[in-house]
Design a protein around this ligand. Structure first.
Ligand code: ARG
Length: 403
């Protein structure tokens, strides 16, 4: 193997990625380890994490402010796609991976590194997403995955780190495996591995429990332009602020929790708890607005596209050709998704109570009404039904004869 001189490591500040630093230096003999930590709105002090990387032996530590990119180029397209993996999971973790990978490649190019690295294990989806995205953007870059190869238990990894001055975690580690960003939280492992075990309240951080949610409901109006949310609760905001506000509003009312059995890329079923209040609220509102602005053939076909889009993103194909082609289809549908949706938040529910589109509504009261104002010509129904039901009638008559 050609000797690697410089590697850029996706770094979170946790023990595992910290141990990766001396491991890359000593076991792989790579002299320069640059860490990259991404700001995705996870609410951590990134300067502290940067220092931690340097204290763990990193030769350089880079922070990437990716929040706006994350929302505009990843979350908003997912809203347009109404993307829900397994009909439930809005991909809050999955969407972050190709963006981090994109930046790993970018930093590697800028600093003249010949490899990138991440601390994913060999069992999850994130390794797949990182590797596929890196291969798509920097096929010449070597990908190093220490945690997939080192065969150390967590305790052994901590001992290994201590030899190189990486302190063992002081606080008792959370019993769960958690991933957080602005879009939501993924929680797995620990007690949750019993699929029948209800999650304790300590699992949640963005959403109130149904019991703690206010007794009175709250109505919120969401405005969309070209399928992108631009205003929530009568405030026009930047994309990141829209998600933030949607998180607060929906979260307070206990909307946005998901408990599911999920089919991982590696073939394992796993039990996942998510909370993604804002993203789920925005997808719900967006889908509703489409029901009044898109014609039935597009709606029906878009359903199929959405399912596939969600699977592709979940399975790591963000930068693949089919995802790109589906994006073009979605883009062409969204120019008419303009208008607003009214939603009532109450005790874990988000209930649609109204929708309208000044520019693109296909809903015609003069055709839909049962009042005197009706302009629909009822006479034509007879001839239409004569032909519409013809094949069915022929089948029924033949069936009766053969009885
Ligand atoms: N299963 C989820 C996904 O594949 C989340 C995994 C995130 N990692 C974690 N440590 N909880 O998108």
């Amino acid at each position: 193997m050609q000797q690697i001189k410089k590697v850029v490591l996706a770094y979170s500040g946790g023990v595992d990625t910290s141990v990766c630093i001396p491991y890359l230096q000593n076991e792989y003999g790579i002299p320069e380890v640059v860490t990259f930590v991404a700001d995705l709105g996870q609410g951590e002090n990134l300067e502290d994490i940067r220092q931690k990387a340097l204290n763990s032996g990193a030769t350089e530590a880079v922070i990437g402010n990716l929040l706006d990119d994350f929302v505009e180029r990843y979350a908003f397209p997912a809203i347009r796609a109404n993307a829900l993996y397994g009909d439930k999971y809005p991909l809050s973790t999955a969407l972050a991976r190709p963006l981090i990978a994109e930046n790993l490649v970018h930093v590697a190019r800028k600093l003249g590194a010949d490899a990138v690295a991440h601390g994913c294990t060999g069992k999850g989806n994130d390794q797949v997403r990182f590797d596929l995205a890196i291969n798509a953007l920097g096929p010449d870059l070597k990908i190093i995955t220490p945690a997939r190869e080192w065969n150390m238990s967590r305790e052994e990894a901590i001992l290994y780190g201590e030899k190189f001055g990486i302190p063992a975690p002081v606080s008792k580690k959370s019993p769960y495996s958690i991933d957080v960003n602005l879009l939501g939280r993924s929680v797995e492992a620990g007690l949750l591995e019993d699929a029948m075990q209800e999650p304790n309240e300590d699992v949640f951080a963005m959403t109130a429990s149904i019991d703690d949610a206010p007794n009175s409901s709250q109505d919120v109006e969401i405005v969309f332009e070209n399928g992108f949310p631009i205003s929530i609760g009568n405030e026009f905001l930047t994309p990141a602020k829209i998600i933030q506000k949607a998180n607060v509003l929906a979260g307070e009312h206990g909307f946005g929790r998901i408990d599911m059995i999920e089919d991982r890329v590696v073939g394992i079923k796993s039990r996942e708890i998510y909370e993604a209040p804002g993203l789920l609220l925005l997808i719900k509102a967006h889908k509703e607005l489409e029901s009044i602005t898109l014609n039935p053939e597009i709606l029906d076909f878009k359903n199929t596209v959405e399912k596939k889009w969600g699977q592709l993103v979940y399975q790591g194909f963000w930068f693949g050709p089919l995802k790109k082609a589906l994006d073009a289809f979605i883009e062409s549908t969204q120019t008419s998704v303009n208008g607003k949706v009214k939603i009532r938040l109450h005790k874990g529910n988000a209930i649609v109570i109204g929708r309208s589109s000044d520019k693109n509504s296909l809903y015609r009261e003069d055709l839909a009404t049962y009042s005197k104002k009706d302009i629909f010509n009822h006479k034509h129904a007879e001839g239409f039904i004569y032909m519409w039901g013809m094949s069915n009638k022929i089948w029924a008559e033949s069936n009766l004869k053969n009885k």
